[in-house]
Design a protein around this ligand. Structure first.
Ligand SMILES: C[S@@+](CC[C@H](N)C(=O)[O-])C[C@H]1O[C@@H](n2cnc3c(N)ncnc32)[C@H](O)[C@@H]1O
Length: 417
């Protein structure tokens, strides 16, 4: 499959560091280079139209030259994580084109990304891109991405939107350091929604680091139960499944956002804490013994606070409604779980989540306590992670979540015992 990529000298660092080194070998590369007349092309800024017209010419020419084949067009500010040609080709068996989604799930509206799309070349797609070029030439006020999105709404072509899970961009305004929606299924990442090469490089670096960490966390045993419980438990042959972080990962992805504030009780080695850190804005984790491994693992995250404290005692020192979610993973006896739920429930904002680990038959006391106080969980994940969504209370006066974050951060040192 031919891959046409657009590059200006301004993007060369990205091409050399991220675009080419991780390129799957089953693409046949075709460079489309626009020698820069201006210092740089700013997204939808002055001179952007020149870049768009150049792209339109290349696309029309490429479609014309590859009739009866699939081709891929990409910007150069992307990186691959695995081969994905078969996937694109499979989609093009039933669709004329497939585009990256430019908006994160939950963002209002509809917008394709003009920086990554695959095309089946035939008379219909050629006509589409010729019309695009004509419209772009005659109307300098409309931008490329906007125009393609508009045209797709009106033409009778069958086209597909690529899944955000596999073909990712931040999907909303992004600043360096903010979490990215990286998943274990990621095939490629488009570094957009941020301005300037430096920021794009930071995003590319962060997505790769996040992917590598996620991959290793999902493969790492979450809790060394033989150490923690003092004896090995019978797992009915599903030990590796129960001990993996995949369930917790699903819980986080389905319920939390990059803006969420989370409190976790039971840090242990800090593996679950790190998973929260990769996807949320602020994490407070508490354990009676924060071990060296956990400190070391978590020290690189400035938005994680580790407190050496007793869980219920800590809860009694915090004001109500300070976080979006509490994840309970300390002792699993009936009495303790009950006391912990009662202590932590008021600390969660209305509409937030109370959740925890080990809702399995191996911990009957924990299940009984959860069922008695809360009822059957809304969902139990493959690792025994359980979750309840608390009712929204739109009329209730609540602390703002930002207040909660600052409070926890400011008082972190005082609260350490
Ligand atoms: C099951 S491990 C936590 C595992 C961790 N969440 C993970 O997934 O990697 C339980 C931890 O809870 C801590 N712990 C037990 N009782 C506690 C309490 N009352 N307050 C705070 N921490 C407690 C233990 O020291 C232990 O490290």
């Amino acid at each position: 499959m031919k891959l046409y990529y657009f590059v200006t000298p301004h993007y060369q660092t990205i091409v050399d560091r991220y675009f080419l080194p991780f390129m799957p070998s089953d693409f046949d590369l075709r460079e489309a280079r626009l020698d820069q007349q201006v210092e740089r092309y700013v997204f939808q800024g002055e001179n952007w139209a020149d870049l768009c017209l150049y792209k339109a010419d290349v696309i029309v020419q490429a479609v014309r030259e590859n009739m009866g084949s699939n081709i891929l067009f990409t910007d150069a500010d992307i990186q691959f994580f695995r081969p994905c040609r078969w996937q694109l080709e499979q989609l093009l068996e039933e669709h004329s084109m497939a585009f990256q989604n430019n908006l994160a799930p939950g963002e209002p509206g509809f917008e394709i990304n003009f920086g990554f799309f695959a095309v089946w070349c035939d008379a219909a797609t050629l006509a589409f891109w010729e019309a695009f070029r004509t419209l772009l030439r005659s109307n300098t006020k409309i931008f490329d991405q906007e125009l393609v999105t508009l045209m797709l709404r009106q033409v009778p072509l069958k086209w597909a939107m690529l899944s955000h899970e596999e073909f990712m961009c931040p999907g909303r305004k992004w600043e360096p350091g903010q979490p990215l929606p990286v998943t274990p299924n990621l095939a490629m990442h488009h570094a957009n929604w941020t301005m300037g090469i430096e920021s794009k490089l930071r995003q590319l670096e962060q997505a790769r680091a996040q992917f590598v960490r996620l991959d290793s966390l999902l493969n790492e045993a979450r809790v060394d139960r033989t150490l923690f419980n003092g004896s090995a438990l019978p797992y009915d042959g599903c030990g590796s499944r129960i001990n993996s972080c995949r369930g917790l990962y699903e819980l986080i992805k389905e319920n939390l956002t990059p803006g969420s504030t989370v409190i976790e009780t039971g840090t242990h080695r800090g593996i679950s804490t790190e998973l929260f850190a990769l996807y949320t804005k602020q994490v407070l984790t508490v354990d009676t013994d924060i071990c060296f491994e956990a400190r070391d693992r978590l020290s690189k995250y400035s938005h994680v606070t580790c407190l050496q404290a007793e869980s219920i005692q800590l809860a009694s020192q915090l004001p109500d409604q300070v976080c979006d979610a509490v994840y309970l993973d300390t002792a699993h006896t009936y009495e303790h779980v009950k006391a912990e739920i009662l202590a932590w429930l008021p600390k969660i904002v209305p509409g937030g989540f109370i959740c925890g680990h080990d809702y399995t038959l191996h911990d009957p006391g924990l299940m009984k306590a959860v069922n008695e106080l809360l009822g059957q969980p809304d969902k139990v994940y493959s690792d025994g992670s359980w979750i309840f969504k608390l009712p929204d209370a739109s009329n209730t006066q609540t602390h703002s979540r930002t207040d909660g974050v600052s409070y926890v951060k400011e008082r972190a040192t005082e609260l350490v015992i």
